[in-house]
Every structure is written in C-alpha cells, then in structure tokens.
Design a protein around this ligand. Structure first.
Ligand code: SF4
Ligand code: SF4
Length: 163
C-alpha cells in the first residue's frame, strides 16, 4: 500500500462517513425499550390467586425448591392460600412450575428489570406476584399469544437514519 502523507486521515474520514449514513441499530435505553419474545421466560412469576387452589403441584415440580406455599382450610373445606413466595434469586427459569399448574394460575412475567442489590430482595411475595403492573408471558399459555406485542427483532427493524 502507498504510504502517502494524509492517507491515514482519508481512511479515517472514510470510516466516519460510512457510519454516518448507516442505519441505527441501538436503542436509547431506558427511554426506549424493546419488546421481548411473547413466550419469554423472564425474571419473575405471576400468580393468579383467583385460579389457585393451593394444590402445591408447582411446589413439587420445582427442582430448586423455590416456591413456598402456606395454606389453611377455609369455607366448604377448600384451601385458602395464606402465603405464596418465589425466590427468584434461585430460580433457573425452567418453567416446570408453570407447565405443571393444573389450573393455569401461574405464568411467567415479562419483566427483565428485576435487578436488586441484595439477594433477599429477590424473594417475591404474594403482593409482588399479583401486582397490577405485571404482564403475563404466553409461555405455555398460547391463549395469551395474540394479546401481546410482537417481539422487536433488531435485525429486521426499519429505522430512520439518525443525523
Ligand atoms: S421456573 Fe423452575 S426453578 Fe423457577 S420456580 Fe418454576 S420450577 Fe422452580
Ligand atoms: S400448581 Fe397452580 S393451582 Fe396449584 S398451588 Fe401452584 S399455582 Fe396454585
């Protein structure tokens, strides 16, 4: 290659101009967020107390021993679930609890922003697992699939050029 004065500068400017016209593939997180897969196994479980019978099938299915349930006997000899906890810090997101629930009372959530400073803060109690802002994943729940937004795939996205 020729070693003329200024050739390095021209090559550098070539790289700059090439990238100035390139389509943007990054997001300005957290202002902009991508849609995760509709069937994501994300960092949390969502529990529906109205459907749960307290049968504890999910507890037995969990290979990590993560789920803790306490029940008492209520009206008509039915279980009342007094405590339902999941230690998300130990969860391997295998989905066995969701798949094993015979009453479709357990779902994966879609949140991916569950980072905490302390491990004990990752234990989700009843209030957290039933919080109104929880979004249920369609993992093992195909009925939910059409309600959820399509996943954002960066490689297929059409972006306007950013100047
Ligand atoms: S996803 Fe797997 S590890 Fe996590 S609570 Fe359910 S069964 Fe246990
Ligand atoms: S398996 Fe389903 S119905 Fe049974 S205790 Fe777990 S969440 Fe409730």
């Amino acid at each position: 290659m020729l070693n003329l004065p200024g050739i390095g500068l021209m090559q550098g400017l070539g790289v700059v101009f090439k990238n100035m016209t390139r389509k943007r593939i990054t997001e300005q997180y957290p202002e902009e967020r991508l849609n995760v897969s509709r069937r994501t196994r994300a960092q949390e479980l969502v529990w529906e107390p109205g459907r749960c019978t307290g049968c504890a099938t999910c507890v037995k299915a969990c290979p990590q021993g993560n789920i803790k349930i306490k029940t008492s006997v209520g009206e008509n000899n039915k279980y009342v679930v007094d405590q339902f906890e999941n230690d998300e810090g130990r969860c391997i997101f295998c989905g066995l609890c969701v798949e094993s629930c015979p009453y479709e009372a357990l779902f994966f959530g879609r949140s991916y922003e569950r980072s905490k400073y302390k491990r004990e803060e990752l234990i989700a109690d009843i209030d957290e697992m039933t919080a109104a802002d929880k979004e249920r994943s369609a993992y093992y729940r195909p009925d939910l699939y059409d309600e959820l937004p399509e996943q954002t795939l960066l490689i297929y996205r059409k972006h306007k050029r950013i100047l």
